[in-house]
Design a protein around this ligand. Structure first.
Ligand code: SAM
Length: 265
C-alpha cells in the first residue's frame, strides 16, 4: 500500500472546490443555537452517531463548516484523489454510500457530468442538506436517497459502475469504535462487504476510504475479497493527515474491482 504523507497540509494553495464550499459557510456563527447544540452533542461520547449527524445537518452551513473544521486536510487529499480518478475512468453510474451533506458527492457529480450519480445516506437531515447543496451548485445529475445500507431504500438502488464510500462503513455502518458492543467487528464486515458487492456492477470499481492503519486496511480488504472483490493492491494507499500540534490521523483507500465470484468461506 502506497504512503501519502500529508500531501496538502500547510499548502497555501487551497483547492478551488474546497474554496467554493468554504464560501457557502460565510456568515455561519458557531455561537448560534444550532452550532452550540451540535458542539455540545459532539463533545459528549454518549451521544449516538445518528443524533450527532442529525444535529450537524440541522443546516447546510453548519454541516459544511463542521466538515471543513475537522477534515479539510483529508478533503484536500480526497479531492485530489477523485480528480485523478476522473481523468482515468468514465463510469455511467456512480453511487456514494454515506454521502452526508454531499460535499464529495457534488464534486463527483461535477467531475463526471455524464454519469448518473446517486447519494445514499440514512440521515434524512443530511440528505436534505445534500439536496440544498446540489441546488446551490447547480448540479443536475444527482439523485439522493434516504436509506440504510442494509435496508430497502426510498429509491431502488441499481448496481453502479463506480461505488465510492468515505468514512461511512467502519465505525459507522460497523461499530468498530465500540468494542464492548462488538468485540469482533469482522463479523459485521462480511455483510457490509457483501452489500457493497451487491451494489457494484459486474467488473465495477469500489473505492473505499476509511479511518485506520494498515492492519485495519488488511482486515477490510480480506472481507471485500471474500465478498467477490479483487483488491487492486498497487492502487491502494495510506493517508496521514494532521500534524504534531493537532495530532496525526490515519486513513486508507482500497480500490477493488468486483469480479462477480464470491470466495467460499
Ligand atoms: C463521517 S460521515 C461521512 C460523510 C461523507 N462520506 C464524507 O466523507 O464527507 C458518515 C455518514 O455515513 C452515514 N451512514 C452511516 N452508516 C450508514 C448506513 N448504514 N447506511 C447509510 N448511511 C450511513 C451517516 O449518516 C453519515 O452521514
Amino acid at each position: 500500500m502506497a504512503e501519502s504523507q500529508n500531501l496538502s497540509a500547510g499548502s497555501s494553495q487551497q483547492d478551488a472546490w474546497l474554496e467554493r464550499i468554504e464560501l457557502l459557510t460565510d456568515g455561519f456563527e458557531w455561537e448560534s443555537a444550532e452550532g452550540e447544540l451540535f458542539s455540545e452533542l459532539a463533545a459528549n461520547p454518549a451521544t449516538p452517531r445518528s443524533a450527532i449527524f442529525a444535529a450537524k445537518n440541522a443546516s447546510l452551513q453548519l454541516s459544511l463548516a463542521a466538515s471543513l473544521l475537522w477534515s479539510s486536510d483529508l478533503y484536500a487529499q480526497q479531492v485530489d484523489l477523485l480528480k485523478r480518478l476522473a481523468s482515468g475512468i468514465s463510469p455511467g453510474t456512480i453511487l456514494d454510500v454515506g454521502c452526508e451533506q454531499g460535499l464529495l458527492t457534488c464534486l463527483i457529480a461535477e467531475l463526471w457530468p455524464d454519469a448518473r450519480v446517486t447519494g445514499l445516506d440514512r440521515s434524512p437531515e443530511a440528505i436534505a442538506c445534500a439536496g440544498q447543496l446540489a441546488e446551490e451548485l447547480g448540479i443536475k445529475n444527482l439523485t439522493l436517497a434516504i436509506g440504510d445500507l442494509f435496508a430497502p431504500t426510498q429509491v431502488a438502488l441499481e448496481p453502479a459502475e463506480l461505488v465510492f464510500t468515505s468514512r461511512s462503513i467502519l465505525g459507522e455502518a460497523i461499530e468498530i469504535d465500540q468494542p464492548d458492543i462488538n468485540t469482533d467487528w469482522t463479523t459485521q464486515a462480511a455483510p457490509a462487504a457483501e452489500r457493497l458487492a451487491s451494489l457494484t456492477s459486474s467488473e465495477g470499481l469500489l473505492v473505499s476510504l476509511e479511518r485506520g492503519a494498515a492492519s485495519t486496511a488488511s482486515l477490510w480488504s480480506e472481507s471485500l475479497e471474500a465478498a467477490g472483490f479483487a483488491v487492486l493492491g498497487e492502487r491502494c494507499q495510506l493517508i496521514t493527515t494532521g500534524d504534531a500540534t493537532v495530532g496525526y490521523e490515519q486513513f486508507f483507500v482500497i480500490f477493488a474491482r468486483r469480479s462477480g465470484t464470491m470466495v467460499s468461506r
